[in-house]
Design a protein around this ligand. Structure first.
Ligand SMILES: Nc1ncnc2c1ncn2[C@@H]1O[C@H](COP(=O)(O)OP(=O)(O)OP(=O)(O)O)[C@@H](O)[C@H]1O
Length: 254
């Protein structure tokens, strides 16, 4: 049997002595798009920051393609992190660089390719997100949605196996947000990239996620993992309530 691409076991994490999440267990398979969701302050970003190795957990295990991340240092750690592309909410592009230069930056820093090859690869990534015509623009000249797409192109520069996105549709209008969802789905399907996406946008979750991991602030842990469809029908009101918010309550028969 193929092992999971991401396997998290008995993870407890937080900041210093402060515990934010405990008893975290889940597997993510290759090619899946998984959303991490839950109310404000429940620890979605905290989980993401631990998954990408930005913080070390208090205890537990995070295996990427069968290799333990927790406690691994040096070159072995860099080797694991090489599987990752990351786009933070504040995933700002460097304003002083062109769009193309932004996408080329990871290649210049972490590959040994020559300038010509880097240029070619960076343009290929821009084409993937539909921005090849904007290579020489400054980031500030792009719309919010285009900036997000450029940031995804940059996160894709080193051909990561896994892309971690923190609130990708934050600050976007619904139509632009839906376009970004389409792009995420297309990259997952055509490039076989696995996505872990922190989001609280219901429309996005339904559009992109094969499965969603729902966190809860009170229990400081996962309260459900399933397809968005199944979660919406959950018997647990904390779960189904999240999926059905905004819908008019049904009048009960008298
Ligand atoms: N770097 C940090 N140092 C200390 N505490 C932090 C740090 N980052 C987050 N926290 C705390 O951890 C808790 C969870 O925050 P986190 O950002 O993970 O939640 P979230 O679910 O992503 O929230 P939101 O949806 O509001 O972005 C919060 O109480 C927050 O104050």
């Amino acid at each position: 049997m193929m092992s999971a691409l991401i396997q998290v076991r008995d993870l407890s994490c937080g900041y210093g002595k402060r515990l934010i999440l405990k008893d975290i267990n889940f597997d993510i398979q290759r090619g899946e798009v998984v959303a991490i969701l839950g109310g404000s302050g429940c620890g979605k970003s905290t989980l993401l920051k631990h998954l990408i190795g930005l913080f070390s957990p208090q205890s537990g295990s995070i295996q990427i393609a069968g290799i333990e991340l927790v406690g691994t240092t040096g070159n072995a750690r860099n080797e694991i992190l090489r599987h990752f592309g990351v786009m933070f909410q504040s995933g700002a592009l460097f304003g002083s660089l062109t769009v193309l230069e932004n996408v080329a930056l990871p290649l210049e820093s972490f590959s040994r390719l020559d300038a010509q090859a880097i240029d070619t690869l960076a343009r290929l990534k821009l084409r993937l997100v539909g921005l090849e015509a904007f290579a020489d623009y400054a980031p500030a000249e792009l719309s919010g949605g285009m900036q997000k797409r450029a940031a995804i192109a940059r996160a894709m520069a080193l051909d990561p196996e896994i892309l971690f996105l923190d609130e990708p549709s934050a600050g976007l209008d619904p139509i632009t947000s839906a376009e970004l969802d389409e792009l995420i789905r297309r990259i997952a399907e055509t490039q076989h990239v696995t996505f872990v996406v922190v989001t609280h946008e219901l429309a996005s979750i339904n559009a992109i996620a094969d499965r969603a991991i729902m966190l809860d602030k009170t229990v400081q842990s996962i309260i459900a993992i399933d397809t968005p469809k199944a979660l919406a029908k959950s018997d647990d009101a904390r779960v189904s309530g999240f999926f059905n918010r905004g819908k008019l309550p049904l009048k009960s028969a008298e």
